[in-house]
Design a protein around this ligand. Structure first.
Ligand SMILES: [Zn+2]
Length: 198
């Protein structure tokens, strides 16, 4: 497995590549860091010139990825997509000066940027996080582009549980639990047990 300085160097290279390819080299190079994004279900985060990548995706501890050196290449493909997602947030921040807070960053402007880039990559269209019934069948830009990559793209290293539809209140809760990390799930279950809800 690559060590941290090696990985950070690689991410800086990925940034340069995407900045040229998708943003006319207009983005300022951010500081990359491995850590824990504020939102438990997020794989990464862009904030004040810094891109945080969830560390457990890199070392393979995250429940959505497979561990082991043989899956490192597939995990790296996922990390590249997380970088692209965060760079798209960065683009919206630098250009709009406001991050579509009402949509947790996944609003119409972010969606349009995802679709602009996605079209070049041959990916299907995505919708904003809050949407009209008409486009509810589309996948949210909050999980772009990993949720719209073709099967097998991550060489079997990524096994997300991404909901395609919400049928009932229970489904909605299950969906949220599936997006939690193992630690968050443990905390949830001990909380439910302490309230005698299990
Ligand atoms: Zn996002």
């Amino acid at each position: 497995m690559m060590d941290q300085p090696e990985y950070l160097k690689l991410l800086a290279g990925v940034f340069d590549e995407f900045n040229r390819e998708h943003f006319n080299s207009r983005l300022e190079p951010p500081v990359f860091r491995f850590g824990t994004p504020h939102v438990p279900s997020e794989y990464g985060q862009y904030e004040n010139g810094e891109i945080v990548i969830r560390g457990s995706l890199i070392n393979g501890d995250h429940p959505h990825v497979r561990a082991g050196d043989m899956n490192e290449e597939g995990r790296l493909l996922l990390i590249r997509d997380v970088v692209l997602h965060q760079m798209t947030h960065q683009f919206c921040h630098e250009r709009l000066k406001w991050p579509e807070i009402n949509y947790s960053g996944h609003g119409p402007e972010f969606r349009d940027q995802c679709n602009r880039i996605g079209k070049k990559l041959g990916l299907p269209e995505v919708r904003s996080s809050k949407c009209h019934k008409k486009v509810r069948h589309l996948i949210s830009c909050g999980v772009w582009p990993w949720a719209v990559r073709p099967a097998g793209y991550y060489l079997g290293a990524f096994r997300p549980i991404i909901p395609t539809r919400r049928n009932s209140p229970v489904d909605a809760i299950v969906e949220r639990i599936e997006n939690l990390t193992l630690d968050d799930r443990r905390e949830l279950f001990s909380l439910l047990a302490s309230k005698k809800l299990l």
